[in-house]
Design a protein around this ligand. Structure first.
Ligand code: NI
Length: 169
């Protein structure tokens, strides 16, 4: 396995709209290796979700594990949310926006349909942090970041802070 470089805001590649994964892609060893590398990259960071877009692969899939003991690794390929209920506010962060945390309002309960890493369809109804994470990672696949929910002024402050941090590094 290998650690993958994670794109960071305001890298314009994070704004790419990802294309659907083709069934033939799923069957390749390269795809399975990429998923393993994404899990390793996410766990090492550490984070609870990583979308393919963040590692410069512009296909619609993501990995998530919101457990403390890394016991529930989930893969979502071509995810679609087909039911939503309620609202929740959660303080989000993102591996592509390091060191920045902000409250974002999202749906409380969602039902998401996707394929797993072996191409098997599944449906998951969930709430709480897992629901937040699914919505956050799916935004990445559409080129959207959690800082887009902030005011333009606040987003500009975040952009300057990260560019400054990068220059200092
Ligand atoms: Ni993120």
């Amino acid at each position: 396995m290998a650690l993958l470089p994670i794109l960071e805001f305001p890298d314009p590649r994070l704004r790419t709209k990802a294309a659907p994964v083709e069934p033939a892609d799923l069957a390749t060893p390269a795809f399975q290796t990429l998923l393993d590398d994404m899990f390793q990259t996410m766990y090492e960071a550490p984070g609870i979700g990583l979308a393919a877009s963040q590692v410069d692969v512009h296909k619609r899939f993501m990995v998530i594990d919101v457990t403390e003991d890394r016991s529930r690794p989930l893969v979502f390929v071509n995810p679609v949310i087909n039911a939503r209920d309620g609202e929740q506010v959660y303080q989000e962060g993102c591996l592509s926006v390091p060191g920045i945390y902000a409250d974002v309002t999202r749906s409380d309960t969602i039902t998401v349909e996707a394929l797993d890493r072996h191409g098997q369809p599944f449906s998951l109804e969930t709430d709480g942090v897992l629901a937040v994470c699914v919505q956050h990672e799916m935004d990445h696949l559409d080129g959207k970041l959690f800082v887009d929910y902030l005011s333009p002024l606040k987003r500009e402050m975040v952009r300057k802070k990260l560019l400054k941090a990068k220059r200092a590094a």
